[in-house]
Design a protein around this ligand. Structure first.
Ligand code: DQA
Length: 143
């Protein structure tokens, strides 16, 4: 099974961006920890971060009709706006877990609405960089 980890806008700045909210761990550190966890297993993993909505849509579309796919996605600000990314995920029917570093339900009202949670396998929000690792553990344990 291949796991694709998608990250939306501004997550390239992780570690430097509002560390009191998002922590001091950079995206490449998170990715390296995820790579470590799949090493030697039957799972492969790849990563993409983009600040552009259409690039995320196109990446999701590129996985359509491929066997044994799973997605972990932090849509970042697109969580609260993107019908297009939601539709792409729905179109491909690839199961996905939505992750957030911060607890989106404990912040501004506009962050409380997610276009993804109701169609996700599950959502992990508020556990910092570990949100990604816990999502990965779930896939490794169940697929
Ligand atoms: C985020 C939460 C979003 O509201 C925000 O726009 C982000 C990051 C998180 O991981 O906590 O960019 O998805």
């Amino acid at each position: 099974m291949n796991i694709t980890v998608l990250n939306g806008p501004n997550l390239n700045l992780l570690g430097q961006r509002e560390p009191e909210i998002y922590g001091t761990t950079g995206l490449s550190d998170i990715q390296n920890k995820m790579l470590d966890k799949v090493k030697g297993s039957k799972f492969s993993i790849d990563f993409m971060q983009s600040n552009k909505e259409y690039e995320l849509v196109e990446k999701i579309q590129s996985l359509m009709n491929k066997q044994d796919q799973f997605i972990i996605i932090n849509p970042a600000a697109f969580t609260h706006t993107s019908v297009a990314i939601r539709d792409a995920l729905q179109a491909t029917q690839i199961p996905f877990i939505e992750v957030h570093l911060s607890n989106i339900y404990a912040r501004e009202d506009f962050r409380k609405k997610s276009f993804f949670s109701d169609v996700a396998v599950g959502t992990i929000s508020g556990l910092g960089a570990e949100s990604y690792l816990l999502a990965l553990m779930y896939i490794l344990n169940n697929y």
